[in-house]
Design a protein. Structure first.
Length: 498
């Protein structure tokens, strides 16, 4: 597959802008049909897409089938969501001569799509966070056009997926150019720089994301950059939880940090446990990982980065090895060990992500240390507390809420369901914004509010008219009016690690 020239990026973005202009006023039902057409086409082409993905990424067929099923579900959920119309946030304030601060004019506000959105795919989720993953799907749901920059790790799959999407949109009557794909680094830079591109969605490394974030800010017209950059995803275990179910916790931890060969951005990279149990932890971990079946990492570049990250931490005098893995073509797990005292001397240990089957166990001296240790963390996608009912962990959870986007109780973070209340984001460097890249709320990233004052009724956009032809929720003079709608049935709510 040849790389996209800068000239072709320009024509592609312009075609996307023209498609956006044609489709921006499409009603919710029409836009939902476009998403459902994509979902149907992906389902119809599942077998060849999964075969291509397996060949390029080394991921197991069952994993890829589940991920594609999640992607299809997400498109259909978004279709239902935009039919409901909550994302418009349609608000009507009628003219009021008796308004408390003086006469109020007729004001009406709703959310409109941004325009062309550039989306960068992830290597570790070739379906769920790639060509038609969460960023692309939510941008299309918002009413935007999408130009997707394919990830080099699965170029053939990206091309086949994009062809499937374009054909589905064409068959559904969507404007030509609403979705397209470009390849290559020069094309990526040109996409970010193009004046008609109004936002960027990204899932990838902290270094790559920060470079693109800086580039979007340096444009003559800065644009939003919605980057999901990962994190360490610390897990805190109280003394009573450790006493009650130590073996269960270690076994769950082992399964979570090695899931998908540790290549999930929600992998638990830190486990805080009471001190004095090093030998027991080592023995239980070894038992829990006895049946572990290694597999190749996604790419040679990721394999090299994994080795470099682990060796960097191992070189720190405050780190010792709890379970010695390797860096073979199919690497076995590595578990490192340190103490809370060492972390206070060198908090940088908490900031080293190891993208692969490796994690760090931290032994603390007293449970009262945990809130202070939480304050040493950088921004996290998730944090987890393992505790018993009688534990007072209010201060700890408050600190973790300041640090992370999703808090878990007695669970493991490597399962990110697509739903209404999901939040997949967190303070920098987990993400570059306060939004989510997973769940129905992701749609709102690619919208902006516009208010209309004293417009004639027949000149108002349809979502703001009193007769409400789209039958969407409207807040009228401070009171919500929500037309009753039937929800489409859904067979399953898919979970997948991220």
């Amino acid at each position: 597959m040849t790389t996209t020239s800068i000239e072709d990026v320009d024509s592609t973005v312009k075609a996307g802008h023209a498609a956006f202009e044609k489709g921006r006023t499409a009603d919710p039902a029409t836009r939902a049909e476009w998403l459902e057409a994509i979902a149907g086409a992906l389902a119809d082409n599942a077998a060849p897409l999964v075969e291509t993905a397996g060949r390029e990424t080394h991921l197991a067929t069952a994993r890829l089938e589940g991920e594609l099923k999640r992607t299809i579900f997400q498109l259909r959920l978004f279709a239902e969501e935009i039919r409901q119309g909550e994302h418009f946030d349609a608000t009507i304030d009628h003219e009021d001569g008796e308004w408390g601060m003086g006469p109020r004019p007729d004001l009406r506000r709703f959310n409109v799509p941004l325009g062309v959105v550039g989306v960068f795919g992830a290597s570790n989720f070739p379906f769920a966070f790639s060509v038609m993953g969460g960023d692309s799907a939510s941008a299309l749901a918002a009413g935007c056009a999408v130009v997707h920059k394919a990830h080099d790790g699965h170029l053939e799959l990206a091309l086949r997926t994009a062809e499937t999407v374009v054909a589905a949109l064409d068959a559904a009557g969507a404007p030509s150019g609403l979705f397209s794909l470009v390849t290559g680094r020069a094309a990526a830079e040109a996409l970010v720089d193009h004046p008609l591109v109004k936002a960027i969605g990204f899932t990838g490394s902290t270094a790559g994301g920060r470079a693109l974030f800086n580039r979007t800010a340096a444009r003559p017209e800065p644009i939003p950059f919605y980057g999901e950059l990962g994190g360490i995803n610390a897990v805190f275990v109280t003394e009573s939880a450790w006493a009650a179910r130590r073996s269960e916790i270690i076994t769950g931890y082992a399964g979570s940090f090695t899931l998908g060969m540790g290549q999930f951005c929600t992998k638990p990279g830190l486990l805080f446990v009471p001190g004095g149990h090093t030998a027991g932890i080592r023995a239980t971990l070894a038992q829990a990982l006895a049946g572990f079946e290694p597999a190749p990492l996604l790419s040679e570049r990721l394999h090299g980065g994994f080795r470099e990250a682990v060796e960097h931490l191992r070189a720190n005098d405050a780190i010792d090895v709890l379970l010695d893995g390797d860096f073979a073509a199919e690497p076995s797990p590595t578990v490192l060990h340190t103490t809370s005292e060492a972390l206070r001397r060198d908090p940088s240990i908490l900031h080293q992500e190891m993208f692969g089957p490796a994690s760090v166990v931290v032994e603390y001296g007293d449970q009262s240390e945990l809130p202070g240790l939480a304050e040493l963390l950088e921004g996290q996608l998730t944090t987890t507390v393992h505790a018993e009912a009688e534990d007072d962990v209010a201060e700890l959870t408050e600190r973790l809420a300041d640090t992370s986007g999703r808090l878990l109780w007695n669970g493991w973070p490597t399962g990110v369901t697509v739903s209404y209340a999901q939040h997949h984001g967190g303070p920098f460097p987990a993400t570059t914004s306060n939004t989510t890249s997973v769940g129905t709320a992701a749609i709102r990233r690619f919208l902006r509010p516009v208010s209309y004052q004293s417009f004639p009724a027949d000149r108002l956009p349809e979502p703001l008219r009193d007769e409400n032809p789209w039958r969407i929720p409207q807040r009228v003079d401070g009171v919500w009016n929500r037309p009753v709608r039937e929800s489409a049935s859904r067979d399953v709510e898919q979970e997948v690690g991220a």
